[in-house]
Design a protein around this ligand. Structure first.
Ligand SMILES: [Fe+2]
Length: 385
């Protein structure tokens, strides 16, 4: 996150002696990104963060591809993804390219016996259903419906749920996920025309520190394999840190919509960006107020980006027969637009209560076998009168 955060105890200078009450040194770790050019965090550990005890298993979790070169629009019925006890096993990749993976998950249980670390990708976890606490080596974040949780790559975490009924929409990104650059000044501060500001971004305030030795299993994701590594010290043993690289939360309900007299283009909904895709939040808002405006979107041909819309809540004005938890995939190369009747139906409406998350990828997405299990195979013909 491009603003500074400090939590716990740290010495007054970097890379100097910082001692425990018993006189021994704390173990400093610089946790950087993009070599030494990206955002970094400087953390202080009770024990060496390097104590690998054993490497147990390594297995692939690469999704099976059903359609490599796809030009067909799809509707995926996301809530048909079956709930599973384990957080990692519950994650079903439905769409993927070399930059990102789009995942649906309905985990029933908190992660109990292991920690998780994704070294491939930043994870953007959107909470559709469920409440709980994301617990990380750099502090905890409480979450609820509508929260985006951004976990930068390499952050060791666990996730605790309060109940069994949880639904997550996750984007794994091999490119760093940032807030849109056009909303930031040259110091990184979010500008007045940004639809959200620093006050809307929740940083970790609660740091769990365990000075424990033993056997601690971390499931590490690398190159689409899970590698089970046992460490000799508790992964949450940080007594303090500062820097710019840490997990944070942002609620979609804190996104302030930008509206206009005529239809506003999708970039006004943009919430996050990478150099490979963008994430937009469609939130309840007033409709366009030109006397002859058509609130429904026009047909559009996203010739060089695949469009994924995840429907969260409310009434979806431009589509017929779309429910919460559905995903629509409109692939690059062919036009799409409102369903028959939707444009006329939208005229005269003054507001919408729709809530949706959109991911537009610049490279085409492949459709996985998990997606085909929940796919509506006739959706691509749904524009016929
Ligand atoms: Fe679209």
């Amino acid at each position: 996150m491009p603003f500074y955060h400090k939590l716990g105890n740290i010495p007054h200078k970097r890379h100097i002696q910082f001692r425990k009450p018993d006189g021994s040194l704390y173990y400093e770790q610089l946790f950087g990104t993009i070599g030494f050019d990206g955002m970094s965090t400087n953390s202080y550990h009770e024990q060496r963060p390097t104590q690998v005890k054993e490497i147990k298993k390594q297995y692939s979790v690469a999704p099976k591809i059903a359609l490599k070169n796809n030009l067909k629009s799809y509707r995926l019925k996301g809530f048909q993804v079956k709930p599973e006890n384990d957080f990692l096993e519950s994650r079903k990749t439905v769409l993927i390219n070399s930059d990102c993976a789009i995942i649906l998950a309905a985990p029933k249980q908190s992660t109990e016996n292991y920690f998780y670390k994704n070294t491939d990708a930043d994870e953007l976890i959107f909470i559709h259903k469920g409440t709980g606490k994301l617990r990380t080596m750099l502090g905890n974040l409480d979450f609820k419906y509508g929260d985006y949780l951004l976990v930068p790559r390499g952050i060791i975490y666990k996730i605790d749920f309060d109940t069994e009924d949880n639904r997550l929409f996750i984007v794994e990104s091999r490119r760093p996920i940032y807030t849109p650059k056009r909303y930031r000044n040259w110091f990184g501060q979010l500008l007045e025309h940004s639809p959200f500001c620093e006050r809307d971004i929740r940083q970790p305030q609660e740091l769990e520190t365990y000075n424990e030795s033993g056997e601690f299993l971390i499931k590490v994701k690398k190159q689409d394999d899970i590698i089970e590594m046992v460490y000799a010290s508790h992964p949450f043993d940080v007594i303090g840190y500062d820097g710019y690289n840490y997990p944070y939360a942002f609620s979609i309900h804190d996104f302030e919509p930008i509206t206009g007299r005529i239809h506003q283009p999708p970039p006004v909904h943009q919430t996050f960006e990478t150099d490979a895709f963008v994430v937009c939040s469609f939130v309840p808002r007033l409709y366009d107020y030109h006397p002859q405006s058509i609130p429904a979107p026009y047909n559009h041909s996203n010739i060089d980006s695949d469009e994924v819309l995840y429907y969260v809540d409310g009434d979806f004005m431009s589509r017929n027969d779309v429910d919460a938890g559905h995903i629509s995939l409109h692939p690059a190369g062919i036009p799409h637009g409102p369903h028959p009747g939707a444009a006329e139906r939208s005229i005269g409406k003054t507001k919408t209560d729709e809530l949706a998350v959109m991911v537009d990828t610049f490279k085409p997405l492949m459709v996985t076998e998990e997606a085909m299990k929940i796919a509506d195979d006739s959706y691509h013909k749904s524009w016929l009168e």
